[in-house]
Every structure is written in C-alpha cells, then in structure tokens.
Design a protein around this ligand. Structure first.
Ligand SMILES: [Zn+2]
Length: 112
C-alpha cells in the first residue's frame, strides 16, 4: 500500500524535526499531488503510526502542492493531471517538473 509507505516517510521526517519533544500536537507538511492518491487514507495511515509515544493524538495537516511542469524548449506551462512526455505546443520532450513532487515537513507543533 503506497499510502502507508508515504505515511512512514512523513512520520520519520516529523520525528527528526520534533527531536525529543514530549508531545507532538500537529505536523504540517507540503505534499506534491503526484505522491498520493487518497488524502483521507494517508491521514488514516498516519494516525495508525501515531498511536503511542509523543505523536499520540497528533494531527496531520496536508498542504497540497499542485502538479506543474513546463517545457524546457518553448517555456509553455503544462498543468494537465496526466503529465505528458512531450510538449503539446512544440512537441519537445524536454519537460521540467516545477512542482507536485514535494514531501516536506513545514511545521511541527510540539511541547518540550
Ligand atoms: Zn514546448
């Protein structure tokens, strides 16, 4: 299950940031939309991992970063959900992904 692996990843990153916090109340992440399919499922997986220790009862907040790409040849922005491998404008395959693949812990609200 993809979401569980992702949740474990988030959990690990959040723990690094929390250090030796006594309690973690909230974890806010920036997540690219290409990295997950079901937001609710991801939150559920996170809740499963956060059943004991400092993360108990902690909430996961997800800020979704939309998929954006642009053509490296003509600079046309490509925002289609199913990313093409060639530019719809000039046919170049030099496509650069600008956003939509992030996994970043933005904020950990915790008590020390
Ligand atoms: Zn192009």
């Amino acid at each position: 299950m993809h979401e569980l692996v992702l949740a474990e990843d988030i959990f690990k990153k959040a723990m690094e940031k929390a250090g030796n916090a006594k309690k973690v109340k909230m974890v806010k992440i920036l997540l690219g939309e290409t990295r997950f399919t079901e937001k609710e499922e991801l939150v559920e997986c996170f809740n499963l991992l956060a059943t004991d220790g400092p993360f108990e009862g902690g909430k996961l907040e997800i800020e979704v970063s939309p998929l954006r790409a642009k053509c490296g040849h003509c600079d046309k922005e490509i925002t289609e959900k199913t990313l093409r491998l060639d530019c719809p404008n000039c046919g170049s395959t030099n496509i650069e992904i600008v956003s939509g693949q992030e996994l970043k812990v933005l904020e950990v609200d915790c008590v020390y």
